[in-house]
Design a protein around this ligand. Structure first.
Ligand SMILES: C[S@@+](CC[C@H](N)C(=O)[O-])C[C@H]1O[C@@H](n2cnc3c(N)ncnc32)[C@H](O)[C@@H]1O
Length: 627
């Protein structure tokens, strides 16, 4: 058997054979590789495109809150979650009811994934940034996302993928495979000058940005892309006069004479010299990989129009979103780091104070358009149960990837299909006192058992179910209970569910993270002592325990699952406005004490204690609480 077959593929082949199912067409190449193929990048664990699309779980978006008045047609979106599941949700929505209104509207994707280069950013003598996922794993991580990203991009849209000189060449080959070599448009070299030069080679001072169109119709606004000529260039190149005596340059280009004027500016070439956001700049956020706004300004202006949707699903500090906002584009941002989400929330809400794009000495001065913050994959159960029935039903169907198709079987109303199998969403609102017990399943089987094949799904809140089993077998039919909330049902999914992990150290902020499935928020148990010293208020964490639901509970020591504490030291009673992050590793070094400078704190302090699974406990303290 070929060594190209991954563990996952092996398991899948075995499962299919055991179930007497046919192997999918493409598996022939895997099992019996031919020599006739065009060239492609080969590495262990490379899945088939079709499998990636079909086997990636989608996760519905749960609204956390909208900042500003909700737009009638569109509201910008900031989504906390693993981007692959978020992309799949958008993919499903575009092929379904298009409720998110993104179909044919996403004209630009810019991503700046963690590079997987083991590159170290030195800060305070420490490694601040270190990409962990290496080699083939990183390539497949990115390829999976690019494959689904291509599917949601409008036909005239473009994608820019920001990489560096280490993995860029491999990704270029993957992008040729995914987007087509003929749709390759540019390899942009972003050249910057930062401190630090090696003495054993040339200094590496550039990143690479690959740009692909989805088709030949890719939109490019050459007018917006233009930049002014330098004075020296004008002096040395514009020496002619037109028939009105205006200074110009006449050139015989591509078969005919053309006239160029200095004011028209020029289309930049593919080497861009743009400085990093200065560390003293007001727009510099404390995010290790923040990219300059000027870089995104050029990309967004040349590859989208006002009103188009721009997406960045490795949003980081939200540079793409902030620039899209200033350029009147609609935007969707996604990141799996809570820190990133809070930084972006603050960046957009305070955008009026940031620099104007036109004149760097002036403030932007405009309030942001409304945007909604969503959770995708980690949900608030109470909020969900309180949704009006139709919305709850829709959410439940999405959560378990059920095709919404109401139909009847022996007079019983059903809600849709998972694959070819019938699904019912138990109406807990209508049947407040009904509990799903063995009797309920027996009755169901009596009524419809003879008309269904071998699987039937019931989606219901865990509190309404009276037995522990994931399924009840009646004759040849398995009645599966999809519990809400639930954490782990391996039976139905190809991969084990894994939570999104939050970093415990600043150097891990940019790690690639993968989640499978979804979970429900369980605020950790937190107990602290609050005291006051000469210069600072002290919060000492005495107890920190996560309350994760899982079938096989893992025992964690006290404070072991702490990820970080985020502080807003002048909380306005409305919106959490992140001022400082204390990572668990640093808190541990300080004997679990968090020090808040007295001069910084105003009447109220808001603290968010977060565990490594992304669950938060929020608390507001008044200064008088620190004794
Ligand atoms: C290099 S940073 C992006 C920086 C950004 N361009 C900026 O200007 O601030 C990469 C980001 O990808 C996020 N990330 C990594 N894996 C992810 C995943 N599976 N889903 C969503 N975001 C992810 C990290 O949390 C990090 O914030």
């Amino acid at each position: 058997m070929s060594s190209q077959i991954s563990k996952h593929q092996k398991e899948k082949i075995i499962r299919l054979l055991e179930n007497n199912d046919d192997l999918p067409e493409g598996y022939r190449d895997l099992l019996f590789p031919t020599k006739k193929k065009e060239y492609e990048l080969v590495y262990a664990g490379k899945e088939r495109k079709e499998d990636i699309i079909s086997e990636t779980m989608a996760v519905p978006f749960q609204k956390v809150r909208t900042f500003g008045q909700n737009g009638k047609v569109w509201t910008n979106k900031l989504i906390f979650g693993d981007n692959i599941q978020v992309l799949k949700e958008i993919y499903n929505d575009q092929r379904g009811r298009n409720l998110l209104k993104t179909k044919d509207k996403i004209k630009l994707i810019y991503i700046d994934p963690p590079f997987a280069t083991m590159q170290d950013f030195m800060k305070n003598g420490e490694k601040v940034y270190q990409d962990k996922v290496i080699g083939a794993e990183f390539l497949e991580f990115l390829r999976e996302r690019l494959i689904i990203a291509r599917e949601i991009l409008a036909d005239d849209g473009s994608i820019y993928v920001h990489l560096d000189y280490k993995k860029g060449h491999h990704v270029k080959i993957l992008m040729d495979e995914i987007f087509g070599e003929n749709n390759f448009r540019n390899e942009v070299i972003w050249y910057y000058s930062t401190l630090g030069r090696p003495n054993d080679r040339f200094a590496q001072k550039h990143d690479t940005i690959f740009c692909y169109g989805k088709s030949e119709r890719t939109y490019f606004n050459e007018k917006e892309a233009r930049i002014p000529y330098s004075n020296e260039y004008i002096k040395s190149h514009f020496r002619d006069n037109d028939d009105k005596g205006k200074i110009c340059r006449k050139r015989f280009d591509a078969g005919k004479w053309r006239i160029y004027y200095p004011d028209d500016g020029m289309i930049p070439n593919d080497v861009w010299e743009i400085p990093y956001e200065n560390s003293m700049s007001k727009d510099r956020l404390n995010y290790p990989t923040q990219k300059p706004t000027a870089l995104l300004e050029r990309i967004i202006k040349s590859s989208s129009r006002e009103g188009d949707i721009v997406i960045d699903f490795f949003a980081g500090s939200g540079t793409t979103l902030a620039v899209a906002e200033k350029l009147s584009r609609k935007w969707i941002g996604c990141d799996c780091g809570k820190l990133s989400i809070y930084i972006i929330q603050k960046r957009i809400l305070t955008i009026a104070n940031s620099k104007s794009l036109e004149n760097k000495d002036e403030k932007y001065s405009k309030e942001p358009k409304p945007f909604t913050l969503y959770n995708a994959g980690l949900y608030d159960y109470q909020k969900m149960k309180e949704l009006p029935w139709d919305e709850y039903r829709n959410f439940a169907l999405n959560l378990f990837e059920v095709r919404d198709e109401k139909h009847k079987l022996s007079g019983i109303e059903l809600d849709g299909f998972r694959g070819n199998n019938h699904v019912i969403v138990f109406n807990h609102e209508k049947h407040k006192d009904v509990v799903l017990d063995y009797g309920y399943i027996s009755d169901l089987h009596k009524n419809i058992g003879s008309q269904i094949s071998n699987q039937f799904f019931i989606i219901a809140p865990a509190g309404n179910i009276d037995f522990m089993e994931d399924y009840i077998e009646k004759g040849k039919v398995r009645y599966y209970i999809l519990r809400i909330p639930y954490s782990i049902i391996n039976e139905l999914h190809k991969k084990d569910f894994t939570n999104l992990k939050q970093p415990i150290d600043e150097k891990d902020v940019n790690n690639t993270v993968e989640a499978v499935g979804f979970d429900f928020i369980q605020a950790p148990d937190v107990e602290c002592e609050y005291s006051s010293k000469k210069d600072s208020f002290i919060v000492k964490i005495k107890t920190f325990k996560s309350r994760i639901r899982s079938k096989k509970p893992v025992k964690y020591a006290n404070r072991e699952t702490l990820s970080a504490v985020m502080v807003d030291w002048n909380f306005d009673g409305e919106v959490f406005d992140l001022d400082k992050v204390y990572f668990a590793e640093d808190i541990k070094k300080d004997k679990f004490e968090i020090k808040i400078e007295k001069g910084k704190a105003d009447e109220k302090i808001m603290l968010i204690y977060m565990d490594i699974f992304g669950n938060e406990k929020k608390e507001v303290k008044e200064l008088k609480d620190f004794k």
